[in-house]
Design a protein around this ligand. Sequence first.
Ligand code: CO
Length: 211
Amino acid sequence: MDKIKKIFLENKAWAQSKVEADKDYFSKMARDQKPEYLWIGCSDSRVPPSEITNTDPGEMFVHRNIANLVVHTDLNFLSVLQYAVEHLKVRHVIVCGHYNCGGVKAAISHQSLGLIDNWVRNIEDTYFSHKVEVDSVKDEVQKVNRLVELSVIAQVRNLAHTSIIQKAWHGLNQPFVHGWVYDINTGLIKQLITLEPGTNIDSAYRYDFSH
Ligand code: CO
């Protein structure tokens, strides 16, 4: 069957099954969204956020890019973050990386991939900061996986360095910022780090919202 035709057939069947279970499903859904979580994940097709967390439509606001990076000059990402934190008032911001991430592998390799090199460069900076530790891991798969974890932790810190998060911590006493990693081999998510609202931030990155 035509692959695109199949998508439309599946969509029709899905919509029908939802209405059969609850005839008001879509009218209720259409009214508003009140998600509890902002998910920042990798674009990798094997890590679909709502499926691996079994969350329903309306529960999770989502931003995905190659290797789940938080880049302070990325207007697309910052707009998602500001909207989620200030307007939707999400309680939790989650950065979820995954083992065996192609973006992280690219950062460790010496191969040039063109334009993507500049995006992956953010992971290379994390690699550079932890080079002794990462290079001490001899197994190539484990080496990539350790850098996956270190990069997630770096993205969580990048979030805490934004004025958007610091302002919300001051005014709303939320969100919690989590760093997680998903294991493609087991389907399980592991917690790496959680920053509570008001976590102390190095003064180089600190904004003063007290007046
Ligand atoms: Co990935």
